[in-house]
Design a protein around this ligand. Structure first.
Ligand SMILES: [Zn+2]
Length: 169
């Protein structure tokens, strides 16, 4: 587990020059949109590593590695289930719509302000929201469990009754 909370704002160009990876944790309380669609506690965290690079075709890219899981309500059995949201992604850092249009194909983008500051908390939240399924369900079958209140009352086994009668003779 990372000891330090993750900074919210990163200067992408500076990050790219330094080339180092910055790691920290990010709590649910900093991701209000994600909190709306998950059952996690405000203090629950994901672990995040951020690195900025410049690709061969001159795209300033932010590489995110995220580790953590969400608590979601299974829409089949209505139990809370844990879903692993861990994974990596690469996002192109853009400062304008114009730049966005000029990106090579296949890039997802994250907007930075004119000084190239990126809100990494927002970017991580965005990425995690993409990984939360619209209709979460347990991977294995569930919801097929017998509803206990619907179970018929236990009837006495007729043979057992017979045996009892016999025993009395
Ligand atoms: Zn379920």
């Amino acid at each position: 587990m990372f000891e330090r909370p993750l900074n919210r704002l990163f200067e992408a160009r500076k990050g790219e020059r330094h080339g180092d990876t910055v790691s920290g944790h990010l709590a649910w309380q900093n991701m209000p949109e994600l909190a709306k669609v998950t059952q996690n506690l405000e203090s629950d965290r994901v672990e995040v590593s951020v690195r900025f690079t410049r690709t061969q075709d001159n795209v300033l890219a932010m590489h995110l590695t995220i580790g953590g899981s969400a608590k979601l309500v299974c829409q089949r059995c209505l139990d809370v289930m844990e879903l692993d949201l861990s994974g990596d992604c690469d996002l192109a850092v853009v400062t304008s719509e114009e730049y966005l249009e000029r990106l090579p194909d296949g890039w997802e983008a994250v907007f930075a302000n004119e000084d190239f500051f990126v809100d990494v908390h927002a970017a991580v939240q965005e990425e995690l929201l993409l990984r939360v399924p619209m209709v979460p369900k347990h991977a294995e079958s569930c919801g097929l469990v017998v509803q206990h209140e619907d179970q018929p009352e236990e009837k006495p086994n007729p043979f057992a009754v017979l045996a009892q009668l016999k025993g009395k003779q």
